[in-house]
Design a protein around this ligand. Sequence first.
Ligand code: NAP
Length: 551
Amino acid sequence: MSQEPNVVDAAIIGAGFSGLYAIKRLRDAGFSVQAFEAGDGIGGTWYWNHYPGARVDLECWDYSYSFSPELQDEWDWSHRYPTAQELMRYLEHVADRFKLREHIQFNTRVDAAEFIEAENLWLLRTSDGKTLKARFVVPATGGLSVPKPPEIPGIETFAGEAYHTGRWPRQEPAYEGKRIGVIGTGSSGVQVIHTLAGKCKHLTVFQRTAVFVVPAKNHPLTPEMRQRVRATYAERRNLSRITRFGIPAPMPTESALEATPEERQAKFENAWVNSQLLGFRQCFGDILSNAEANELVAEFIRGKIREIVKDPATAQKLLPYGFPFGTKRPCLSDNYYSVYNRDDVSLVDLKSTPIVRIVPEGIETTEGLIELDMLIYATGYDALTGALTHIDVRGVGGRKLNDKWTDGAKAYLGLMTAGFPNLFTVTGPGSPGPLANMSMGIEQHVDWITQCMEYLRDHGIARIDADPAAEDAWMQHVQEVVSRTLYEKANSWYRGANVPGKPQLFLPYLGGHGNYRRKCDDVAAAGYQGFALTRRARAGQPVADLAGSAA
Ligand code: NAP
């Protein structure tokens, strides 16, 4: 489409799941594309999160691209939940198979992006000191890309090795014979802990909030298992496109409170034995909306913890309280609780024994010094917005995105934020994002963006921007849906509560992947309702503003 030198149709930021698919879809639709990737390889989240035990927590059949039946047929997953390394190999295969690498400039960060109104172009500045103009920008930067350090005094004084799970070194550190401390017990911490227990001299876990961990039941896949899924893959994907979580499992409507204690026990036991990430939430329709129903699940899992962990005092510290089950992402592990039965693993409950400071020798708590050779920060991310707000993004009138989002991020349908035309966010604030199958959400967004850009090209439209009123209404709707659930009761990263000083607003859309997909399709079918479209100026003619035709 673009005829001008040094101007591309689309600048794509990131070469993970969403960046790769954006390159493929937009290039195949005839757009010129240039992608930038900060790392020296493909993979995004899976490139950076190379820590011991890193695995996906959705089944590989669902957490993978659906756009190519050939790709589905030829790729053999080794396990139900593949490792980060295997996911990277898969993404590298995708990049090679579809010839995507030639569009990616590695080892390059986008530092700034500024909208030049007179030209309807974005000017990007990159870390190699160069600039590029682009008609559209697609930040495919992921929701969990900017690590959050622990806010603990003395962190810089530690004399041993220190790593954040979200920036794991390419060269695997040695663990044998070392005294290792892990701060954080979210999904990353749990995976590190169950993997390193027994592989080092001593593992000390610093836990601020106990989490719900359910069995992973991970296992190798046989050719027969793969064949079974392949035989019904198309149906599986089609069903996933209409369900709440973007996986092939519709939600039940029955209330946990209407079932008999025996029925509940049977369902919960079944969810524990045949576990998967959403298993307990799919036992009954009100687990995430009714506190009493939720507490039944929570207490069932606490019972399992008491059974597994032999020392009652340790078990007590591991019992999750203070937030409803499922409102912080539950973790999967086949041996998390049993590692606390080992002599070479100890648990420090930071609620009763807070950290005073980090010192060169280790961690000083209110009960004394714990000497360490290695510290692992599994302390999470500046999630959902961090990757974009770390870029100096300036929209109409030079307004900074950071200023616009001072009181919380806003975006219409999670696709565009008003005042920043021609910039599409993939799985952005206000979309289901991490609360549905991310790979399904990424494909849906990139497909929508591609079709939108084709529409603009076909209709001679130079600029699209979200209407501020439509954006406000959508974000209100996002909040209204959250208020009908228990998610409001957790200080989770979904609302920015994990980062001190970050504005707190619940950002993922909880209306469900299927409903959301329909809404996005309806908006497009109505001529981009809620967006303002501006025609390309022709010689001698004024530029015409068009409201999205049904707006
Ligand atoms: P997280 O869920 O935000 O957990 C961070 C942990 O660090 C929490 O236990 C937190 O305690 C603790 N923490 C943070 N700052 C601390 C401090 N200053 N002192 C002590 N403890 C501190 O981060 P994550 O484990 O990296 O996971 C983030 C998300 O990534 C997950 O929810 C999931 O969506 C995704 N993920 C997925 C997988 C998978 O697919 N298997 C694996 C890893 C991550 P508080 O709870 O008290 O704040």
